[in-house]
Design a protein around this ligand. Structure first.
Ligand SMILES: Nc1ncnc2c1ncn2[C@@H]1O[C@H](COP(=O)(O)OP(=O)(O)OP(=O)(O)O)[C@@H](O)[C@H]1O
Ligand SMILES: Nc1ncnc2c1ncn2[C@@H]1O[C@H](COP(=O)(O)OP(=O)(O)OP(=O)(O)O)[C@@H](O)[C@H]1O
Ligand SMILES: [Mg+2]
Ligand SMILES: [Mg+2]
Lengths: 256, 256
């Protein structure tokens, strides 16, 4: 049975897309069947994997409003075992339109249901907000993965995010768990990174992944080449960290 | 007559709050009367200035739903000539409530009208989305200031943002201008920063502020002390850059 993870944090720029793309790619490289769903109207995960969605081809928007079946919405990527349901700008106004639909928070969960047995892992890359797209991801997933930038503002937002997770567990998705917090953009040259990391480990203990993602410029260069880091520069610190994170996830028992 | 600027970019983590807080603080230090409005439910601008909003005191949310007058919602800061209308978590979820109100995109413009003559500059710090809170800011302001992180994903989102600005100018705020693009987190050690900066200057010419904000860890440390950079470490590269940006803005004619 596949596991569905929402990669979420309403704080902007903390590494949600970078984590979704590179964790999904690392697991696909480790012979797992993986699907990435770009739930962000910015479409960064889609372009980060070099996927161009031709006019007329379905995107997540088409899937959510019921205009396309889920199989038709899956695009190939440079990695054989990694597929993506992409997004583009037509998802921008969707929240208003989806809000008027029946079962509006369950649209994504329903759309992904037929895929439950075909992928070992499904990752949902969320936008920086707690709106309807993120609620759909939280309702569709088994657990959340929270990328946390080692900076002050990012730490501040964590409480609000955990409140939202609790609310969704109570009202929409009783099985919703916390898979873990991933520390990102860790810079060993500055004290702030160390202080934030220590703070988070003290509060969340083993809910924090052991693997820490360092700040590494190769991670921010890779998307401009439309490649995950492991296809852009396999030996850089960023690629190696995401491969370690993938191994850490693989070593966990296969779900509840 | 005061100028109202919306500091906006739907891409997350590009330096909207850091620019709003430090540009506002630098102008206040230069003897200008400045108001900062925290339009982001994360409330980062509010905590970045060390402002605690006591229970029962009005926030932006109270102002938008008409429960408070604008004067009562202004908080003092460590800088005598800088005031802030703060936000907290009660602004999360407001978008749904505001969407049902009459003239929903004009709520902020109406609320700020009484202040037109009392501040030389008003800055609206926007959340990382193009939802109703950002639309309110784009409708209330004279022009937008766009912080742009010198990275690939941030560059990708610029076209969508400019489309939105054009749409708001056509339908909601005919006077809406582009005050300028501010290059942020510029790291001279990596090529990507240089390439992005060159690209943006080629396309946007003098719409790009001459002042470039360098990546500087002191800027990310200051908010954990509840202070703008110029009160935390006046001589660091970050403070000096924002003081230069303030001077660049002051040198411009006082607006239409
Ligand atoms: N470990 C890292 N080292 C260096 N740069 C990174 C790292 N992780 C992410 N980045 C870069 O930082 C920026 C923000 O990361 P990313 O876009 O993945 O965050 P996000 O949380 O998905 O943002 P948004 O909130 O807009 O969706 C991007 O330009 C990305 O390339
Ligand atoms: N020039 C800089 N040098 C180093 N760090 C910076 C700089 N500018 C901002 N930061 C840090 O980067 C992070 C993102 O910046 P900030 O929160 O201001 O962006 P934002 O666009 O307001 O984010 P959001 O999209 O969540 O509102 C913060 O932790 C901030 O302290
Ligand atoms: Mg993202
Ligand atoms: Mg902000």
């Amino acid at each position: 049975m596949g596991r569905i993870f929402a990669v979420t944090n309403q704080k902007g720029g903390v590494g949600k897309t970078t984590t979704s793309v590179n964790l999904a790619a690392s697991l696909a490289a480790a012979e797992q069947d993986v699907l990435l769903v770009d739930c962000d109207p910015q479409g960064n995960a889609t372009s980060g994997l070099g996927v161009e969605i031709a006019a007329g081809r379905p995107t997540l928007y088409d899937l959510l409003i019921g205009r396309s079946g889920v199989q038709a919405a899956i695009n190939r990527t440079d990695l054989e075992r990694l597929g993506i349901i992409g997004s583009n700008v037509n998802l921008f106004g969707a929240e208003v339109e989806l809000a008027a639909m029946e079962g509006r928070e369950h649209l994504l969960a329903r759309a992904l249901k037929p895929l439950a047995a075909s992928f070992r892992y499904i990752f949902l890359d969320c936008p920086p907000s707690l709106g309807l797209l993120t609620l759909n991801a939280l309702t569709a997933c088994d657990a959340v993965i929270i990328p946390l930038q080692c900076e002050y503002y990012a730490l501040e937002g964590l409480t609000q995010l955990l409140h939202t997770v609790t609310r969704v567990r109570r009202n929409l998705n009783p099985a919703l768990g916390l898979e873990g917090i991933v520390l990102t953009m860790f810079d060993k040259r500055n004290n702030l990174s160390g202080q934030v990391a220590e703070d988070v480990r003290r509060h969340f203990g083993d809910k924090v992944f052991k693997t820490v993602i360092p700040r590494n410029v190769r991670l921010s260069e890779a998307p401009s080449h439309g490649k995950p880091a492991l296809l852009y520069d396999r030996h850089c610190a960023g690629s190696r960290a995401y491969l370690r994170l993938a191994r850490e996830l693989l070593a966990r028992p296969a779900g509840p």
